[in-house]
Design a protein around this ligand. Structure first.
Ligand code: S3P
Length: 428
């Protein structure tokens, strides 16, 4: 069945997003290499995070479900056993860093999309640290094969060429097994979950701007921590509420400043958003967001801001259709190597909605408000974020939006349709 999304009235009310995907990946990984029993409460228990869990199980960590989460029996920083698995981008890159410092053969593979994504960006620095890694295209692509080393790595001093939290995190995790402190240099800051979570577990991580120094450790302690809601998932309903003119309250959501780029952008677009922090979990701040829509106007997002809203860029394109004036994104070439060529997919999505956008090498420009199609139809071609962004456009298209292959949304947000409906949308 091809669902048609429609909004009669507004998309608004109070709402709790699903657990944060990025933080769940990390919590499961860190618990797996911690000493003893950890509890990850309220994890995102689906899609990519299930892939991480499955890989970690294959690597030797034991998981037991309990009422509000999962108990993880960690194997310690040297305890993984051989692995042969398929997985997501975050799973692959972060695991590369964790596996590199251990004594084992491991093969990491993935699906049709994953084997096209660049892996040289983690393989090259890990090889500098002494890891022995073979792979397709001389290690530029998965499947990647790790050959056993002596269980330790050299310290690293590396300039990360792309502002990628996945690459940075991979190297930070490898640095835990370094012979001394490793220095990871970046030009532009990206989400800092790994920094915060490692610090909360007692690892010395020093930061000066986008430069990080990570000190090795002998062991990580077990922990007991809930995972906050995913701001990148909540962002779909933030956008829907803005387009439909209804207010929204998001509770139990991550409020890490390095994930708030989209909130800063929608403020510039005319929304009034207040963020209230309630506490922290494993170093991650969480709390509530209250959103009052205003007349939408276009905004510009440049390269420095991109890493802090990288996953929300399809939504900026949707908002741009309804905003007065020009919306422009530049410096986002990384979108071309996501689950899809996401810039290309933004062009196809806007076209399917009946709108116009000029997509360039590293971004797009559009002018609004635009008259959209009364028979909007989008094929996200397996890209979860495009599927959900297209559904959100229905908040401003009374005839609704048909999204084929919507099931791909399950990798990050399996309950999207439930939440869309609960907040006032309709799915037929
Ligand atoms: C993620 C980092 C981002 C993001 C992805 C999750 C993470 O990728 O797009 O969905 O959990 O670290 P890059 O850091 O490669 O841009």
């Amino acid at each position: 069945m091809v669902p048609t999304f429609r909004v009669r009235g507004g998309v608004g009310g109070a709402y709790v997003p699903p657990a944060d995907k990025s933080i769940t990946h990390r919590a499961l990984m860190l618990a797996s290499v911690a000493e003893g029993v950890s509890r990850v409460r309220r994890p995102l228990a689906t899609g990519d995070c299930v892939s991480t869990r499955r890989c970690l199980q294959l690597l030797g960590a034991r998981f037991t479900d309990e009422a509000d989460g999962v108990v993880v029996d960690g194997v310690g920083l040297r305890g993984f056993c051989e692995l042969d698995a398929e997985n997501s981008g975050t799973t692959t890159r972060l695991l590369c860093g964790l596996i590199a410092g251990q004594r084992l053969f491991a093969v990491l593979g993935g699906d049709e999309s994953l084997v096209k994504r660049p892996m040289g960006r983690v393989v090259e620095p890990l090889r500098q640290m002494g890891a022995r890694i073979e792979g397709r295209g001389s290690g530029r692509f998965a499947p990647l094969c790790f050959l056993p080393g002596d269980g330790g790595l050299k310290a690293l001093d590396w300039q990360v060429p792309v502002p990628s939290a996945q690459v940075k995190s991979s190297l930070m995790l490898a640095a835990l097994r370094g012979s001394g402190p490793s220095t990871i240099r970046g030009k532009i800051a990206s989400r800092d979950h790994t920094e915060r979570m490692l610090r909360a577990l007692g690892v010395k991580v020093e930061a000066e701007g986008a430069l990080l120094r990570v000190h090795p450790v002998e062991r990580l302690p077990a922990f007991d921590a809930p995972v906050p809601g995913d701001l990148s998932s909540a962002a779909f309903f933030v956008a829907a509420s803005l387009i439909s003119g209804a207010s929204l309250v998001v509770r139990d959501c991550g409020t890490n400043p390095t994930r708030l780029g989209f909130i800063r952008a929608v403020r510039r677009m005319g929304a009034v958003v207040s963020v209230q922090e309630d506490g922290t979990s494993l170093g991650e701040p969480h709390g509530s967001l209250s959103l009052t829509p205003g007349a939408l106007r276009g905004t510009e997002v440049g390269p420095d801001e991109v890493p802090e809203l990288i996953d929300e860029i399809p939504l900026l394109a949707v908002l741009g259709l309804f905003a007065r004036g020009v919306t422009r994104v530049s410096g986002a070439a990384e979108l071309r190597v996501k689950e899809s060529d996401r810039l290309e997919m933004i062009a196809r999505m806007v076209e399917g909605l009946g709108g116009r956008v000029q997509v360039g090498e590293d971004g797009f420009t559009m002018e609004g408000p635009q008259k959209l199609s009364s028979s909007a139809f989008v094929d996200p071609r397996g890209d979860h974020r495009i599927a959900m962004a297209a559904a959100v456009a229905s908040a401003g298209i009374p005839a609704g939006v048909r999204v084929t292959g919507f099931d791909c949304s399950r990798v990050s947000y399996p309950d999207f349709v439930r939440d869309f409906t609960a907040l006032g949308g309709q799915v037929e």
